[in-house]
Write a protein that binds this ligand. Structure first.
Ligand SMILES: [Zn+2]
Length: 326
């Protein structure tokens, strides 16, 4: 009897908990002057449940844009939006097509549709993005057909366009301009991964730059000038130590480190951009490793720096403020 009562209480609490409060952040409001960044995934290809794969949500001008969709991206979107608003996440940009930046995509694409998106899923990314998304649509054709035929209440005719994908292979430059939001792609240097892009989002004189995966990039520095928030990948000392533990051959470690950015090089970037806030992602972020990373950075850069966590939210207003840290 007691446990039944407890179960009932748990159910009621779950039912009345507003979406987005799982990690204590406010539910997203769709205010036109809002400019928010939420880290959906901050980890590496071998991250665990605390850090999902690379993925960043930018809520700006009442619209929703996702940059990369690594492992668990759909789960985090559900945490941010809840069931009723999941369909808002309808536009995805790929920095490059390494799988740790893309494997969450089917969930975002298909859950968005079954949870209410009535227009096609929009995807922008480097050459072969279109090809990948065409194959993804084909791969899920059995599911889409089943729902079309047998789950009419879910997949009503008005909603069927939501099962489709409109994908674009992009080049450097402006890739999207709508509702006062400008999204620009710029080439970065992920060595043999060509092309690989970073993105800049501008809105009402405010901006965020996302590095994607890259080594030190002068082009990123050029495109990041004046940015309020710079989100940059990093090969942290702890990550390099982990690679040494995992691979016996020095060559393998050198190769992986060589296609990313080490702390001394990120410091050079930060000093040339001087954003209001610089944030690391795509690295491991335990309390100790984050502090070590910040200490190493502080040796060469005196500006504000943070290490991101999944679901961390940053508001870009006159000031750039970390609004929630789980
Ligand atoms: Zn990569």
């Amino acid at each position: 009897m007691k446990s039944n009562l407890l179960q009932l209480v748990v159910v009621i609490v779950l039912l009345v908990s507003p979406a987005g409060l799982v990690f204590g952040i406010e539910p997203l409001q769709e205010k036109l002057d809002d400019f928010k960044v939420i880290f959906l995934g901050t980890g590496t290809p071998v991250s665990g449940p605390k850090q999902f794969g690379a993925s960043i949500l930018v809520e700006v001008g009442g619209r929703s844009y996702v940059f990369d969709c690594g492992r668990g991206c759909g789960i985090r979107l559900q945490q941010v939006y809840g069931v009723s608003r999941f369909h808002r996440a309808d536009t995805l940009f790929f920095t490059h097509l390494h799988s740790d930046h893309t494997v969450g995509t089917p969930e975002m694409y298909l859950n968005g549709w079954t949870q209410g998106r009535a227009k096609p899923f929009r995807v922008f990314g480097p050459i072969r993005t279109k090809e990948m998304m065409q194959h993804m649509r084909l791969a899920f054709a059995p599911d889409i057909d089943i729902r079309r035929i047998e789950e009419f209440a879910l997949a009503t005719p008005e909603r069927m366009p939501g099962a489709e994908v409109v994908a674009h292979d992009i080049v450097e430059g402006k890739v999207l301009e709508e509702g006062g939001v400008t999204i620009t792609a710029f080439l970065v240097d992920h060595q043999h991964v060509k092309p690989a892009y970073g993105f800049r989002v501008d809105y009402q004189g405010r901006s965020v730059v996302i590095s994607g995966d890259t080594t030190y990039s002068e082009n990123l520095i050029k495109y990041a000038q004046g940015a309020d928030l710079l989100i940059h990948e990093v090969m942290s000392p702890a990550l390099i130590r982990a690679l040494h533990r995992r691979f016996s051959q020095q060559d393998q470690v050198n190769f992986i480190v060589g296609i990313h950015t080490t702390v001394p090089d990120v410091v050079r970037v930060f000093n040339k951009v001087k954003p209001k806030l610089a944030v690391y992602y795509h690295t491991n972020n335990s309390k100790e490793t984050s502090q070590e990373l910040l200490d190493e950075t502080a040796k060469g850069y005196k500006g504000r720096v943070a290490v991101s966590h999944d679901m961390m939210q940053i508001n870009i207003n006159r000031e750039v403020v970390i609004a929630a840290t789980p």
